[in-house]
Design a binder for this molecule. Structure first.
Ligand code: ATP
Ligand code: MG
Length: 288
């Protein structure tokens, strides 16, 4: 699986190297969490690496987004726009079902196979364009399928009120996406707090923890220390390997288990202790 550098400082090690090429990622967060910042950072990182960028805005207009990016210290996007390496699709105030089913496929056929990065910010108005959950699923599914033909897709999604992510509005895009990242933002505290968690990521061994982050002018989202800097140890897998070798297990089972341990780290085992895992293995295979 080819992984692309996300552009978010400190995120790639938590995603096993980066974002999978041609995958779809959904970034969920409340207003002010940093969704547009995330999307712009992702697109800009692609541009720096020679990929084209397509920014589909469903809410703010092109001028607003450019102005925010310039204020963030990213005025180089003006050059990418001039060179037509970065394209804006301003779909704010449009009739979304028509936009997705008619205009988007026409655009996609023009750009097909171009290996661009596509940001859709935010996806929420598409969900609000119809009350019918089947139609919502259909529209989002169609949109993701189409845009994936052009490259690697990142959508943002607004989080409203509720403390969990179980409402239909978040569940449909979360289910359809390959990777889901939650930007938790608490602005009620005296000092507002921000943290990021990878909720799921298909085909990746990813961090299970929550990581505090800051938004820094010129840089954008920067994750604070933690796992990104901690060297990954592999004591648990190596102890487990030693223990397995002393047990009478069928040769085929032993070979398979040893192979599974290759490349695993202590982080993968989290709270699982080697003697406990050994016990489970013995229960499962000793009489096989
Ligand atoms: N130029 C800047 N310099 C420093 N920090 C900034 C700058 N611009 C924005 N920020 C910070 O980034 C935060 C997130 O902005 P962003 O627009 O990415 O959030 P969002 O999740 O897209 O919000 P919304 O849902 O309202 O669109 C802002 O609240 C602010 O704290
Ligand atoms: Mg925004």
């Amino acid at each position: 699986m080819h992984r692309l550098k996300s552009g978010i400082y400190g995120l790639n090690p938590l995603l096993d190297g980066g974002v999978n090429e041609n995958s779809t990622t959904v970034v969920i967060g409340r207003s002010g969490a940093g969704k547009t910042t995330f999307a712009t950072q992702f697109i800009r990182r692609g541009l720096l690496g020679g990929q084209e960028g397509i920014f589909v805005s469903l809410d703010e207009n092109k001028e607003q987004i450019i102005r925010e990016a310039v204020e963030m210290g990213w005025s180089d996007i003006l050059d990418y726009l001039d060179d037509e390496l970065l394209v804006f699709i301003d779909a704010s105030g449009r009739e979304f079902s028509n936009f997705i089913r008619k205009e988007l496929p026409a655009f996609v056929s023009e750009w097909k196979g171009s290996n661009a990065r596509i940001a859709i910010d935010p996806l929420t108005p598409v969900l609000w364009s119809t009350k019918d959950l089947y139609e919502q699923r259909d529209l989002i599914g169609f949109m993701l399928k189409q845009t994936r033909k052009v490259g690697t897709v990142l959508c943002t999604l607004e989080e409203h009120g509720a403390t969990d992510l179980s409402g239909p509005e978040t569940v449909i895009p979360m289910y359809l996406a390959d990777c889901v990242i939650h930007l938790k933002y608490n602005s009620d505290d005296a000092a507002s707090s921000r943290s990021l968690k990878i909720v799921k990521c298909r085909n990746s061994r990813h961090s299970q923890s929550r990581h505090p982050y800051q938004i820094l002018r010129g840089f954008g989202i920067v994750l604070e220390g933690g796992e990104a800097r901690r060297p990954t140890t592999a004591k648990v897998p190596s102890q487990l390997r030693q223990m397995l070798l002393t047990r009478a297990l069928p040769k085929a089972v032993l070979e398979r288990l040893e192979k599974s341990l290759d490349g695993l780290t202590d982080d993968d085992f989290r709270t699982l202790k080697p003697d406990y895992v050994l016990e489970l293995v013995l229960q499962e295979y000793q009489d096989a």
